[in-house]
Design a protein around this ligand. Structure first.
Ligand code: MG
Length: 388
């Protein structure tokens, strides 16, 4: 890699992706330097991270926690700010090379846009950014010359398969683990508990994406993410259920060749690849033993058992602000499910009802997107109250 260290800002440093990114960075202090850390409201972990990585600045988005963070870091000459606006501003600062966008949900959109406007390299983990505002985000990135490098494991796999290719892509094959309920009979879906849904068979992730994986909404969001990242229509993106999560996704070319990126499922691999791109650097993750693996299996997704996947396909086809409304309703429904207020099977119900009530905007502005998110969340909360 180049001689100068890459200077990194992390949006969402205390989450699952943020903490794993810091693990990667801590193993390569000669290559990476942390410039800025921002967290939602986990003040104590943010303080620990700042003490360890000595960034130039930290941001605590929850303003109520500012005094606590400020008091702890004052003696260390680390600047402390509060509020999500500060996170976006600092991520776009001249001392930052790469911004890891790893906030959860729609909240990641505004700071990511700020960094894109300043032409930063974006390592994108926050798929909701592209789901809600794909056309705006990709246009802004083109204008500012901001490269968007995928951190999502499937999209990193596709990105890796595309390296060195000048060929026509015929199809993207997006693999899905199927989540914990792939083999559960449809009639048992009503009794799914929060604990069962949080128990993902292969990947260790935050609670929002884990529930999305269980409902397969995650794969729906990822179809949209792939369509925007790789500029390919959704009809050319096929979901393949692959319970072992060894193949992380594939690309089929016009000569019938299929390239796959495979490995032990460990989110540090795609995180590190986005930070070190176009180089590959060492990682002490588990190596595959093909003799132990013995077999890899594949299935078509079941859209009856997993209506969220069908809703996502339909929403993306409708386009405009509908994917934004879908995403907003999903965030509300998942949070309500996690609080034990609605059943697992009511998640798609809340989303569909919210979409029905959304005022369609065919080519929304960024203001329209923020308004749609707010409106859809109010609607979804109302629907959730009515059914619980
Ligand atoms: Mg993924």
């Amino acid at each position: 890699m180049e001689e100068n260290k890459r200077r990194i800002a992390i949006l969402g440093s205390t989450g699952s992706i943020g903490t794993q990114a810091l693990d990667v960075i801590s193993r390569h202090p000669d290559l990476f330097q942390v410039e800025m850390l921002s967290a939602g409201s986990n003040a104590s972990l943010l303080i620990d991270q700042a003490r360890k990585f000595n960034p130039n600045a930290v941001v605590i988005c929850n303003k109520d926690k500012y005094a606590e963070v400020k008091a702890a870091l004052d003696p260390l000459d680390i600047k402390v700010f509060a509020g999500v606006e500060s996170a976006g501003e600092l991520a776009g600062g001249s001392n930052v090379d790469i911004v890891l966008a790893s906030m959860v949900g729609f909240s990641g959109l505004a700071p990511t846009i700020s960094a894109i406007k300043k032409g930063k390299v974006i390592a994108l983990a926050n798929k909701e950014t592209l789901v809600a505002a794909g056309s705006i985000v990709t246009r802004l990135a083109k204008e500012s010359g901001s490269p968007i490098l995928p951190v999502d494991s499937e999209h990193s796999a596709i990105f890796q398969c595309l390296q060195g290719e000048r060929a026509q892509v015929e199809k993207l094959l997006l693999t899905a683990s199927g989540g914990p309920f792939f083999n559960l009979p449809a009639e048992k879906f009503n009794d799914i508990t929060v604990e069962q849904a949080l128990n993902h068979p292969n990947w260790k992730m935050g609670s929002k994406v884990t529930i999305d994986s269980a409902s397969m909404m995650n794969k729906g969001l990822e179809i949209m993410e792939a369509a925007w990242l790789f500029n390919i229509p959704a009809e050319k993106i096929e979901v393949v259920v692959h319970p072992q999560s060894i193949i992380h996704s594939m690309v089929q070319f016009s000569d019938g060749s299929v390239k796959a990126q495979i490995g032990h499922p460990d989110m540090r691999v795609p995180i590190q690849y986005a930070l070190s791109y176009p180089y590959r650097i060492d990682l002490d993750t588990k190596r595959l033993s093909f003799a132990d693996l013995r077999e890899l299996t594949f299935f078509a997704p079941d859209l009856e058992k997993f209506p969220c996947l069908r809703i996502a396909y339909d929403s993306f086809k409708k386009g405009g602000n509908i994917p934004c409304a879908m995403n907003a309703a999903n965030e509300v429904a998942v949070a309500a499910f996690l609080r034990g207020e609605i059943r697992f099977t009511q998640i798609p119900f809340v989303i569909e009802k919210t979409i029905e009530k959304c005022n369609f905007a065919a080519s929304p502005s960024i203001e329209d997107i923020f308004a749609t998110d707010t409106q859809a969340k109010i609607q979804a909360e109302e629907i959730t109250r009515q059914i619980r």
